[in-house]
Ligand binder design. Structure first.
Ligand SMILES: Nc1ncnc2c1ncn2[C@@H]1O[C@H](COP(=O)(O)OP(=O)(O)OP(=O)(O)O)[C@@H](O)[C@H]1O
Ligand SMILES: [Mg+2]
Length: 207
């Protein structure tokens, strides 16, 4: 599904990733763990097409990334993002934020996802009127609404209590059983155990 070959990256000469080789199968649930500054976010950003690596090649279902013509269309059809900072639009309600990502999504589907994430009752509130964890779950709902083939999440449970963090990981687990590929960076080693595979990133390399 996703293959990274000899990926290296630096920020103005400071090495962030060195020679990463990875192969991720369809429906796999992968966790990236590692110390702060080890390179998790950089790797996620590269794998999710947001950051162009200084060296190396990416393949999505055999197709070389650099050959994909319409990258916006590719992202929209294939990839869901949950960022470390949620980036909801403060002038729209939680519901409207999700609808913005997919204006064709039916109410039933949105209701399902909101109920699953326990934010159904507050869907008409604005991001500034709810807690950090509730905002984070709305951002997760937004990433899921298009049913992407691959979901990338950077510290998706950072603001959540252990019960809601568990819920989010269980949701990822269930999605991976339905063939959605999930790649998550996390500091939570207990939750990471729910993944099919754990990769430790250390000094820009995978151990
Ligand atoms: N935009 C940037 N400009 C310059 N250096 C950066 C930038 N982003 C990251 N770095 C550096 O690259 C290295 C890897 O950072 P990265 O953000 O990938 O780590 P991380 O594993 O996600 O850390 P954390 O667990 O704290 O989120 C670090 O040394 C960091 O200082
Ligand atoms: Mg990070």
């Amino acid at each position: 599904m996703l293959k990274a070959s000899n990926i290296s990256h630096n920020y103005n000469g400071d090495i962030a990733l060195q020679n990463i080789n990875l192969e991720i199968k369809k429906g796999e649930f992968i966790c990236l763990i590692g110390e702060s500054g080890s390179g998790k976010t950089t790797l996620l950003s590269i794998l999710s097409t947001l950051l162009k690596p200084k060296e190396g090649t990416l393949f999505y279902e055999e197709e070389q990334y650099s050959n994909i013509k319409n990258i916006n269309k590719f992202r929209k059809e294939n990839i869901g993002f949950v960022f470390q900072f949620h980036h909801l639009i403060n002038y729209l309600t939680l519901l409207e934020n999700v609808q913005l990502a997919n204006d064709l999504a039916n109410t039933k589907k949105i209701d399902e996802i909101f109920t699953l994430l326990d934010i159904q009752k507050i869907k008409s509130k604005y991001p500034t009127q709810v807690s950090g964890g509730q905002r984070q779950r709305a951002a997760i709902a937004r990433a899921l609404i298009n049913e992407p083939k691959i979901i990338f999440a950077d510290e998706p449970t950072g603001n959540l209590d252990s019960k809601n963090a568990q819920k989010v990981f269980k949701l990822f687990k269930n999605l991976s059983k339905k063939e959605t590929t999930i790649i998550v960076a996390t500091h939570n080693k207990d939750l990471a155990k729910m993944a099919d595979k754990i990769y430790e990133v250390k000094d820009g390399q995978i151990k």
